[in-house]
Design a protein around this ligand. Structure first.
Ligand SMILES: C[S@@+](CC[C@H](N)C(=O)[O-])C[C@H]1O[C@@H](n2cnc3c(N)ncnc32)[C@H](O)[C@@H]1O
Length: 203
């Protein structure tokens, strides 16, 4: 096969795999963690901080932590009295982040394994929830948003980050629609067409 044809076949296979993955949401396996360890352009830690506006002492919940691209900073922003709860379907990701936290000398992180569609938290008990590059991986994203709405305290906020190129990318308009259906109103977005953070608040 000629190199041109080979390249075309590889591109078609990649596109096909991405489309299949998009139609069949599933969690990024720990073995493919290099995807989440790469830099996150546009959805930077600074941008997250400006949209989240964390306050010392708050109780934060990060769902879908991956290798902790944001976790240690989140924990530092609410230290010393605040807590970052880490929540993930896969224990290996939680263990990975807890090792990194220990190396940085942080002690205000609490890991819990579970599914975002069935949160173990009490109603109206969390100040803010952070969900970056996760929503599209959850087969029943509407159920996860209803759970998030349930555990957010009145005046709390949900921050959703999305980056174009992720096969599970959720657009701003579908996030706004799904949020509204779950009782969460889009209050602010920061970013551009290729990536953004959105802030939603309980209605
Ligand atoms: C693409 S990674 C994103 C990691 C991190 N937020 C980041 O931006 O680097 C998605 C993460 O969400 C987790 N996840 C996927 N589905 C989940 C679910 N239903 N409940 C909880 N966590 C889930 C995966 O295990 C993985 O850690």
């Amino acid at each position: 096969m000629r190199p041109r044809h080979l390249l075309g076949a590889a591109a078609a296979a990649t596109l096909g795999a991405a489309l299949w993955w998009r139609k069949n949401p599933s969690a990024c396996p720990y073995g493919q963690r290099f995807w989440v360890e790469a830099p996150h352009p546009i959805i930077t830690r600074d941008r997250l901080r400006s949209v989240l506006r964390p306050q010392p002492g708050e109780r934060l919940l990060e769902i879908g932590v991956g290798t902790g691209y944001y976790s240690l900073d989140l924990a530092e922003w609410v230290a010393p009295d605040g807590t970052l709860e880490l929540f993930d379907l896969q224990q290996k990701f939680l263990d990975h982040v807890m090792r990194a936290a220990e190396e940085r000398g942080l002690s205000n992180l609490v890991p819990t394994q579970g599914d975002a569609t069935d949160l173990p938290h009490q109603d109206a008990s969390v100040d803010a929830i952070i969900l970056t590059a996760v929503l599209g991986e959850i087969p029943d994203a509407a159920a996860a948003l209803r759970e998030i709405r349930r555990v957010l305290r009145p005046g709390g906020r949900l921050i959703v980050g999305e980056l174009f190129g992720d096969p599970h990318f959720t657009t701003r308009s579908s996030l706004e629609r799904m949020g509204r259906d779950a009782g969460l109103q889009l209050a602010e977005t920061s970013g551009n067409w290729f990536g953004f953070f959105a802030r939603l608040t309980p209605q």
